[in-house]
Write a protein that binds this ligand. Sequence first.
Ligand code: FE
Ligand code: FE
Ligand code: FE
Length: 204
Amino acid sequence: MGFFTKDIKSLNDLFMHGLQDLYYAENQIMKALPGMIEKATDAQLRAGFEKHLAESEGQVHRLRQVFELLEAEPKGDKCPAIDGILREGRDLMSEIDDEDVMNVGLVAAAQAVEHYEITRYGALIAWATELGRTDVVPMFKANLAEEKATDQKLTQMAERRVNPKAEKADKPSKPKSSARRKAPKAATRPVKAKRPAKKARRRA
Ligand code: FE
Ligand code: FE
Ligand code: FE
């Protein structure tokens, strides 16, 4: 392997840069997650973050195994993308007071992180394969599977929170159900107000 400077001259250099970038990113994510756990009041979201923090520790461990197989020192390279995504999440958290809004914001912020990770693991798997380093691919694939599963759970949470009544009531296509519900809501309210008056008249 040898020493890698900032100059990326070959696919191998690009691969090593990507690995160091993701190693840095995973470490930054591990530092950010406790703050997100603290802000999450939704039990499921909080538990999900806690689980993913534990998973992230394992992911960092797998990346160290990759460095070892490549006979390179585990080293991070500053990733401006993850710094920006995490900063945006922190800024957002500082702007929100309402607990429910906070939970919704946290889901979206976390998904931005997962999506970044997913693209990078995908690239590393492709480059490692092309470079003939299939020995390191299983570690990347294991991490990628965890990121994808986390992203899917976040999507489910987002969908449930955006329209909580939709799950209990009717399960047809969303535009139909929301349209159906919105229209009667406005129409039934004044009718409801009249009905008790009629019943009262009958009873009397
Ligand atoms: Fe990760
Ligand atoms: Fe990066
Ligand atoms: Fe992740």
